[in-house]
Design a protein around this ligand. Structure first.
Ligand SMILES: [Zn+2]
Length: 605
């Protein structure tokens, strides 16, 4: 990822108040020194999402997520750290010249930039042919017959390729672009004779954007006769099909506001639904909805409605990702259109209001829909059909976590297959017990807490002290405790940052420390230490600090002593042996001295 200079990050951080940024996403209310609101990352009934203007951090007591301005934007916009910085920079008019940190990254960045320019040129080229040529006029007429307004055609940047074999290819060549790169980007093909040709020909073109709204690929629907009917750009450095939802950047503000999303199959479905005011609509690329695509939506909404054809619906509804969304408190519903209709035609014919009433409001819950599709496959008039229906249905019921909900469905099925409720309930309980994986696989569990070593605990307390007051860092230095005295891994990384900031005379505050890290896990760890509650009283903190400083020092010495003792076995040189023994004795002595300097306080290592 391209490197962004520290000064720029600093400038962006200073330009924004975290309360202001968070408020642009969710409603916050003042509560004492802090602000609180409903957490955008998990669903909750009472607000536990807290923003501290003083510390410039946020924290959720419900799902334990937390961080600074940047990590908040990263999670809301689902982007990387540099993208979050850029996103905010753009909002405040700060310009960032990307500085790649390694030659490989520099090369990759250049490739992506050039490919981006090519796609932007291609999009304008296709749009031009649609609007300014006689053949394009025919396509426009067709689009208008399908119900698209000119505004929608413009907003969604729809285009047309024309039938020229080397139209776009020639255009790219004239502008001096590297055609080999255009092949890599999926705009141009190359035949066995080494001749370049347009990848898309005689096609209606729908640009596909990345989450920032930049054209990253194209979807092409055949114009007239030909195969295949639909053709998408191949995967490229700009385009990853399984991570892309069509029109995501256009729908996102509405998804956020409505707290729900509509998933449909086709580009035309998306455009027409947006045009009729149902703007929280997106589409997976092709019919294969992936879990990565669902993860773009995770945490942003309370409800997902799938609007698919009868023949693909069943498969999609069985997707495991939907079960995950559901168990995170998100309602998942499946809406079905009357036979022979697709969403685009239906909304064109009947309008957005009727679509709401007759399609969306009639949607079934995911469980309901899955049971419905199972039932359709069996003949309930026959004994065998009823048995097989129950055998499949009980798997679905076994995954329901709410007892009440499960009971409702049991009752319904008992009626349908004319078996007593008690028998079904008994059978289901047996199943759940004998295959715990079936009943419980869908439960999203918090990872079990790792066992924590003494040193880890001690270091955490020290960090908490330092975050409260940087004078503790100076005390550590006096004791000759440096960053390398801390456990390798996250703790040492944090320690390095703290020592470095102190070295450079920078003020140590939480938000500044957080901006050194881009990983969510690090932010969580730091926030946890900052907010540790037992250290609020100054006196208590002083004592804890002294204890911990001594402990870490002795732990380091003990550690060194043990390593020396071990290494003695392989040491043959007499002088070396005696030097090591001397060091071991010294360490032991210092440990004891330090122990006694604790003035008889409780202190065990
Ligand atoms: Zn939360």
């Amino acid at each position: 990822m391209a490197y962004i200079p520290d000064e720029v990050i600093e400038e962006v951080r200073n330009r924004f108040d975290i309360v202001e940024v968070v408020s642009s996403y969710i409603d916050l209310k003042k509560a004492g020194k802090n602000f609180v609101g409903f957490c955008p990352f998990h669903s909750e009934k009472s607000p536990s999402f807290t923003v501290s203007p003083e510390k410039q951090i946020f924290y959720c007591f419900g799902c334990q997520t937390g961080g600074n301005l940047f990590s908040f934007v990263m999670q809301m916009e689902d982007c990387s750290f540099p993208d979050a910085v850029r996103f905010l920079a753009q909002r405040s008019g700060i310009t960032i010249d990307p500085v790649p940190s390694t030659p490989a990254e520099k090369k990759e960045l250049q490739i992506r930039e050039v490919l981006g320019e090519m796609h932007s040129l291609a999009q304008k080229y296709f749009q031009n042919i649609l609007w300014k040529t006689p053949r394009g006029k025919e396509v426009l007429d067709y689009l208008s017959k399908r119900g698209l307004t000119k505004q929608s055609v413009t907003d969604f940047q729809v285009g047309y390729t024309g039938n020229n074999r080397e139209g776009l290819t020639g255009e790219l060549r004239r502008k001096g672009f590297d055609l080999e790169l255009a092949v890599k980007g999926g705009l141009v093909g190359k035949n066995s004779l080494g001749r370049y040709y347009d990848y898309f020909r005689e096609r209606l073109i729908f640009p596909i954007w990345d989450s920032q709204g930049r054209v990253a690929a194209f979807g092409g629907r055949i114009w007239g006769q030909g195969e295949p009917k639909y053709l998408n750009s191949p995967e490229s450095p700009l385009f990853n099909k399984s991570r892309t939802l069509y029109a995501f950047h256009l729908a996102l503000p509405h998804i956020r506001r409505e707290k729900k999303a509509l998933l449909v199959e086709g580009y035309m479905d998306v455009i027409l639904l947006h045009q009729h005011g149902i703007k929280e609509t997106v589409a997976p690329m092709g019919t294969a909805l992936t879990e990565k695509q669902l993860s773009l939506l995770r945490g942003r909404l309370n409800k997902v409605v799938l609007v698919f054809d009868a023949d693909t619906g069943g498969e999609i509804a069985a997707l495991r990702g939907l079960e995950l969304l559901k168990n995170e408190g998100c309602m998942v519903e499946v809406a079905q259109l009357p036979q022979g209709w697709d969403p685009a035609d239906f909304v064109k014919e009947h309008g957005g209001k009727v679509f709401h009433q007759e399609i969306l409001q009639q949607a079934r819950s995911l469980v309901d829909y899955r049971l419905f599709t199972i039932k359709k496959r069996h003949d309930l008039k026959k004994e065998e059909g009823r048995v097989n229906y129950w055998k499949e249905a009980r798997k679905v019921l076994g995954e329901i976590q709410e007892t009440l909900e499960r009971e409702e469905y049991l009752k319904k099925i008992a009626g349908e297959i004319d078996v007593s409720l008690e028998v079904l309930r008994g059978d289901l309980e047996n199943i759940i017990r004998s295959f715990p994986a079936v009943g419980k696989k869908a439960v999203v569990k918090e990872a079990a807490p790792k066992s924590v070593s003494l040193k880890e605990l001690v270091e955490r307390e020290l960090f908490t002290c330092i975050f409260k007051s940087s004078r503790y860092l100076k005390e550590l230095k006096k004791l000759n405790i440096n960053a390398d005295s801390f456990l390798e891994g996250p703790h040492r990384e944090i320690a390095r940052v703290l020592y470095e900031m102190d070295q450079q005379g920078k003020e140590i505050n939480t938000a500044a420390v957080l901006s050194y890290f881009s990983e969510q896990e690090m932010h969580k760890l730091i926030i946890k230490m900052v907010l540790a509650e037992n250290l609020n009283e100054e006196d208590k903190m002083e004592k804890i600090f002294r204890d911990c400083a001594r402990k870490i020092k002795t732990l380091c010495w003990t550690d060194e002593r043990e390593r020396l003792i071990k290494s003695l076995q392989n040491t043959v040189n007499r002088e070396e042996i005696s030097a090591k023994l001397q060091r071991i004795r010294d360490l032991k002595k210092w440990e004891e001295e330090l122990y006694h300097s604790g003035e008889g306080e409780d202190f065990d290592v």
